[in-house]
Design a protein around this ligand. Structure first.
Ligand code: CA
Ligand code: ZN
Length: 312
């Protein structure tokens, strides 16, 4: 991996480019950081599409190098981040490449024998709109599929989601959102990839509109409070995000994570928290197509306040 050079400046936006700095295919504490930043720094992180740019036409689908699926740019070391801290990532903007890729077919995502064959489509993204064909377009709503830190132990493929984040494929991880990740290793070791121009909840066909991009973000370390799974601040809502072998398990973990956070932040008996979660909270699906499924629980700030996490 080429040396990207280390930069400790905190007053300018640092750009991290995958082709110069490098990409990872697993979250772990073994990978050399491609840059070191401080809490409060802003970064522009360029990302490759989830096929590492290997698909330029339909013909390329058959001979993909599978070892280059889902690259994440990084890891980025955040100086001072320690296990037990929270890493807060404020997503300011997501800029998209001019084209995106959609792949679907037999055995991809949730689809099986009901589809024959496999196909990919390269689509143009023009003026904030994805042109599916000559008469169907869909508005772009850029999001980050893969965002995570080094896990507590070992190495987790960038194709998998988990407590460390990773391949969460949550359509809510977009500009304006804040992603809170538990820190498990010194320096957190953040990596980001798998930008989608747009994706539906579930990602049922196995891809969104896969696109390279540039993510503008700020990183902050929060000391003195702990989370066990990713938490999202999205618009006027708090969202817990959890992954498990089954969607049932993921839904339940996300519900329980929210319940625990509400216990800490609201001075209400448990039964009333359950009432509030039932009447105003929503269980939802992030994705059902990765090795582990990812679900969320969304609670409007009008019911749970702006300070769900300490120090927010
Ligand atoms: Ca993904
Ligand atoms: Zn993707």
């Amino acid at each position: 991996m080429p040396d990207a050079g280390f930069n400790m400046k905190s007053d300018s936006i640092q750009t991290v480019r995958p082709l110069e700095a490098g990409v990872v295919y697993a979250f772990s504490d073994c990978a050399e950081p491609v840059c070191i930043v401080r809490s409060g720094d802003r970064l522009a992180i360029e990302t490759l599409d989830c096929y590492s740019g290997q698909i330029r036409s339909s013909a390329d689908l058959g001979n993909l190098d599978r070892s280059r699926i889902n690259p994440a740019t990084g890891p980025i070391r955040i100086e001072g981040a320690k296990p037990g801290d929270i890493l807060c990532i404020t997503i300011d903007a997501i800029e998209l490449a001019a084209t995106g890729i959609i792949v679907a077919g037999n055995g991809i995502g949730a689809f099986g024998a009901e589809i024959e064959g496999r196909a990919c489509r390269i689509v143009h993204i023009v003026g904030g709109s994805v042109k599916f064909n000559d008469y169907l377009s869909i508005q772009a709503s850029p999001m980050i599929g893969t965002i995570g830190v080094a896990p507590a132990g070992g190495s987790i493929s960038t194709k998998d989601p988990g407590a460390h984040g990773g391949n969460l494929d949550s359509a809510l991880i977009r500009a304006g959102a804040r992603v809170y990740l538990p820190v498990f290793q010194d320096g957190a070791l953040l990596a980001i990839g798998d930008v989608h121009a747009v994706m539906g909840d579930g990602e049922v066909g196995g891809t969104g509109v896969e696109a390279g991009g540039t993510v503008l973000l700020a990183v902050d370390i929060i000391k003195g409070s702990r989370i066990h799974n990713p938490v999202l601040e999205a618009g006027e809502a708090w969202v817990t995000i959890a992954s498990a072998k089954t969607l049932d398990g993921a839904v339940d973990h996300a519900r329980l994570d929210m319940f625990r956070l509400l216990q800490q932040s609201l001075d209400l008996p448990d039964v009333e928290l359950a009432m509030l979660m039932s009447i105003g909270g929503s269980s939802g699906i992030c994705q059902i197509v990765n090795s582990m499924k990812t679900a969320r629980f969304t609670m409007p700030m009008s019911l749970c306040g702006r300070r769900l996490l300490p120090h927010t």
